[in-house]
Design a binder for this molecule. Structure first.
Ligand SMILES: [Cu+2]
Length: 60
């Protein structure tokens, strides 16, 4: 899920998905896994709470 853009795509574990959207708002947006997929790595889960990132949209 990309907050601020309404982008939410379901991705199966181990898969990759290419998405396309118009980044028409400048700023920094949080990317998070929106489906609980397991405890952190030491419990052999996927590490749901570690699945996050940042999207930075800048002036062209
Ligand atoms: Cu998750």
């Amino acid at each position: 899920m990309i907050s601020g853009y309404g982008v939410n795509v379901v991705v199966s574990p181990g898969d990759y998905v290419k998405i396309t959207f118009v980044a028409d708002k400048i700023g920094t947006f949080e990317i998070r896994c929106s489906v609980y997929c397991g405890e952190p790595l030491f419990n052999s889960g996927a590490g749901h709470w570690l699945m996050k990132g940042i999207l930075k949209v800048v002036e062209p």
